[in-house]
Design a protein around this ligand. Structure first.
Ligand code: FES
Length: 120
């Protein structure tokens, strides 16, 4: 496997509009995590921190979708994000976005593209 990607999970672990899969992002700090969800068949990944305050979105581990399953929600103060873009459509950080990460799905697995991690 090339060094530019890292295995996150098997494809079967990521179900449509269901629980997301969290993964470590040691490049951004010891406790920083990312997550991937599947929406309309496509995996989308973001750094797991709200655009409002630097807290993880999921209160219950992996639970990123709201009740409609059409938005990602921050459990702390309720910001709603589009799963496809990470853009906040409602809540305290409306108009801002989650930090997107690039993932690819191949050979029945989902990989993080390491160059997509933006160091701040
Ligand atoms: S910390 Fe996420 S909406 Fe405020």
């Amino acid at each position: 496997m090339a060094d530019n990607k890292r295995l996150i999970c098997k494809s079967g672990e990521l179900q449509e509009k269901a629980l997301g899969v969290r993964f470590g992002l040691p490049e951004l700090g010891e406790r920083v995590t990312g997550f991937v969800v599947r929406y309309n068949g496509t995996p989308y990944a973001y750094v797991n921190r709200c655009a409002h305050v630097f807290v993880e979105l999921d209160w219950q581990e992996g639970d990123f979708f709201d009740l409609t399953r059409h938005y990602l929600i921050c459990a702390t103060h309720g910001a709603h994000y589009q799963p496809q873009t990470g853009y906040c459509v409602m809540g305290p950080c409306k108009g801002r976005s989650l930090e997107a990460l690039k993932v690819i799905e191949q050979d029945n697995a989902i990989y993080l593209i390491l160059e997509s991690i933006k160091h701040v």
